[in-house]
Design a protein around this ligand. Sequence first.
Ligand code: NI
Length: 406
Amino acid sequence: MLSSAPQQTDSALAELKNLAQTLLPRLVEIRRHLHAHPELSGQEYQTAAYVAGVLSSCGLHVEEAIGKTGVVGQLSGKGEDSRLLAIRTDMDALPIQEMVGLAFASRHPGVMHACGHDIHTTLGLGTAMVLSQMSVKLPGDVRFLFQPAEEIAQGASWMIQDGAMKGVNHILGVHVFPSIPARQVGIRYGALTAAADDLEIFIQGESGHGARPHEAIDAIWIAAQVITALQQAISRTQNPLRPMVLSLGQISGGRAPNVIADQVRMAGTVRSLHPETHAQLPEWIEGIVASVCQTYGAKYEVNYRRGVPSVQNDAQLNKLLENAVRDAWGEEALQLIPEPSLGAEDFALYLEHAPGAMFRLGTGFGDRQVNHPLHHPRFEADEAAILTGVVTLSYAAWQYWQSIPM
Ligand code: NI
């Protein structure tokens, strides 16, 4: 029994790679269709209908409008193992005018798949297509989550609210990464992305003549003190081994050049990796704002809104992905990512319901000096990544029931 298992595994891998290879022209067609028809967050109506159509044609049980424009497809296996594995891919595009010059360029002016979610959707569909052809041998069920509105960090919570995670034991996710060459996969143990929260600060001073500042309370000057105090306090009061970033991307205030401003509004994003850092942020920020404002007699309001938490990859699921990459593509396809990102990903919200892991799929062109980053109007993905991604996900799913202990 023990000696026959690896052989069975090898033949399953060969079958699965074969299936993916055969499907590849169709997958490239799907990807190009999606790329040419990008839709903004929360408006993925055509994409969702297209996804639902492909899933239905593979024999999956499909539910639409899960999380507004989200789609859920469930693939039934043999029912030997009751544990349910979910695979999440996102579908939305960005308000960016594409400048790549592809034959299958976006046909929607000002909208572009600049974050590779067209590739993600293709991977979800490709994996469903491959596994559906092997479902008679699949020990358990796989649920495919096609998520809307990732770019506005809303879609995951919409889908969860509509029950997409009900019964799910583990979840896998993927994001393309242009700085990793195509045909390679990045795996990161521990934190992959940061917690991202929204910050808004109002400072209320008192208006007055620009020539007589002592008779007023200058909200602009106090705002400048607040900004400086916050940035300095990060360096002096936060543990430097637990990274955090506070970026104020908006500031407005003042009525005229010679009138002292009575009001300033600032808004920004706060990123952190460590749960303890994350937990104390609202109080810490408010304390600094309060002390500066009280010193100079201003009133203030701090609105701190929790966004998405940090993606913390589960070690067992990560190992499942790592082994799938190594078995399918060899050691040279594997990159162990040494550092987390301070970017954010609402995949983290699924991890509040089930352990899981997300990997980075290389889409960089190995022969190019410059691979434009995600969210860039010239971002382009090497389609060789599609085969790597589909086989990695399919094989990780295939191995899931026997690799992860009950
Ligand atoms: Ni993205």
